[in-house]
Design a protein. Structure first.
Length: 102
C-alpha cells in the first residue's frame, strides 16, 4: 500500500465506485473511522433534531447515551474502497455499497 502525506495507508482503487454506509443503529461515536480513512470521508458531529427524530426509539436512546453524536459520510465521492473504515469500526457499523450511478 502507498502512504499519504499524513502517513496513512492508501489503495489504488479509483474513487466513486463504492460509498461507505454508516448504520445509525450501531454507530456509537467512537471515531476510529475518522482516524482510519486516508481520504477524510467521515466526520463526527451531533445529530440534528430532524435526524434524531427519524431514528427508531431505541436508537434515539442509544444516541442520547453516546452524547447525541455519530459518524457521517461527508465526502462519499472520495472513497477509494480500501475497507480500512470497515475494519476499524468496533461496532461493525460501516459497510461499503455500490455508489449511485457506478
Ligand atoms: S473504504 Fe472507508 S477508509 Fe477506505 S477510502 Fe472508503 S471511506 Fe475511507
Amino acid at each position: 500500500m502507498k502512504q499519504t502525506s499524513a502517513g496513512h495507508s492508501t489503495c489504488d482503487e479509483a474513487p466513486g465506485r463504492v460509498v461507505p454506509v454508516v448504520d445509525p443503529r450501531r454507530c456509537e461515536d467512537k471515531g476510529p473511522c475518522v482516524e482510519a480513512c486516508p481520504y477524510d470521508v467521515f466526520e463526527i458531529r451531533k445529530l440534528t433534531p430532524g435526524e434524531r427524530g427519524a431514528l427508531p426509539l431505541l436508537t434515539r436512546f442509544k444516541v442520547w447515551v453516546h452524547g447525541g453524536r455519530q459518524a457521517f459520510v461527508v465526502r462519499p465521492d472520495s472513497c477509494h474502497a480500501c475497507g480500512l473504515c470497515v475494519t476499524a469500526c468496533p461496532e461493525k457499523a460501516i459497510t461499503l455499497a455500490k455508489a449511485p450511478g457506478a
